[in-house]
Write a protein that binds this ligand. Sequence first.
Ligand SMILES: C[S@@+](CC[C@H](N)C(=O)[O-])C[C@H]1O[C@@H](n2cnc3c(N)ncnc32)[C@H](O)[C@@H]1O
Ligand code: SF4
Length: 461
Amino acid sequence: MEQTVTFDLDLIQRYNKAGPRYTSYPTAVEFNENFTAESYQQQVDLSNQRGGPLSLYFHLPFCDTVCFYCACNKIITKNRQHAVPYLKNLHKEIALQAALFDSKRIVEQLHWGGGTPTFINHQQMRELMAVTRQHFTLADDDNGEFSIEIDPREADEKTIALLREIGFNRISLGVQDFNPVVQKAVNRIQSETETLAVVDAARANNFRSISLDLIYGLPHQTPRSFSQTLDKVIHSANPDRLSIFNYAHMPERFKAQRQMNKDELPTPEVKLEILHQSIDQLTGAGYVYIGMDHFAKPDDELAVAQHNGKLYRNFQGYSTRSDCDLIGLGVTSIGRIADSYSQNQRTLDDYANSLKHNELAIYQGINLNADDKIRRAVITQLICHFTLDIRTIEEELNINFATYFADAYPQLDQFSRDGLIRYDTNEIKVLASGQLLIRNICMALDFYSQQKAKHLFSSVI
Ligand SMILES: C[S@@+](CC[C@H](N)C(=O)[O-])C[C@H]1O[C@@H](n2cnc3c(N)ncnc32)[C@H](O)[C@@H]1O
Ligand code: SF4
């Protein structure tokens, strides 16, 4: 595949409309309450018949202080006691879920996300992993992908050593920006020293992959200031992977975002310039653009998997595992079991209430129909590999591509005229200019997005 991404400002501005990030297809806005615990059980039965490894996602929602930009599902509290009943319920949920699945199925992937997973104390971390191991069979360190999101303000060397000891082997760190002016404006003061101490500890403890999160589009950021942050990131932290997220400004949904001064946010033109320069700077430093905000060193397993046509996409972004059914645990968590997606209760009270009655905390979800499965396969292939082998997909899905996607062809023609893709009867190839606009290309093949109100999504770049 082509590793370089071309930056065409005209095209990006023309295509810069709202669009989903495709961590699932159908996306979470299609989930509905007709999907119940019984629907889930049916999908689990199907999943057990099919077999295969499992993936576990644990949501640990608490954060000590709010970062004004944050669009994550989090609960801000200084009271660490809130974790106690939450973890009790989580332990119960682990047991309930594990009882549904064939005990021979191996957990090859596990992730603690948040909020701030390390809000809980060391003893609670040990216990959570011990309860997980008591109910599920985890792969060994060489074969399992066990990752955690770390806020460096909430972890020190000892925490990192403990996390490695209990089984984590991949780590991602929230950084966002090293610039003190930006940090003050977003209420996230985090020194370079504390960030680098966590990176060093992760290296010393042999974490297999270290990833950093940055955001562009925050108050006071300029191309120059962000380039300085990137320079420090590349030279001091030297991560295996980087996520450069586009700041999603949705103040009507996330109240804390209103605490930032709108006039201090970079204009769309400046944001595009920051993005352009970041891509140049990172590819110049030897990183590969994986797609949708993600970069990796060429020898990182994500880049290797992409090179070998074995990259997939899930709720954590890109992944090297395709076949794992995903069990979501904790408030708001999303699972993907057999031909369904499901989401847990969204408030602590509702979550606790379900578990009090020894019930799964499923709140909503969706059973995929035949069309969803076809479109999901096509969209995943394009997002992960920027190419679609039409003959292979026709065989796999038992369709005639041109007939099935006839409605999409006027848009594909337009993409082709604009130089975003090249296609014939055998292949759709996303060209360098189209890589940044992959969401738009996928939207042409997405049944739901054609009908959706645009304001539901953040803009694509
Ligand atoms: C759950 S947080 C990571 C863990 C930890 N809470 C932390 O902040 O370090 C996941 C990541 O989402 C990204 N993020 C949060 N809000 C965002 C927004 N409004 N737009 C873009 N990215 C955002 C940040 O880069 C953040 O590191
Ligand atoms: S960015 Fe991380 S630490 Fe900050 S509020 Fe969001 S989840 Fe919490």
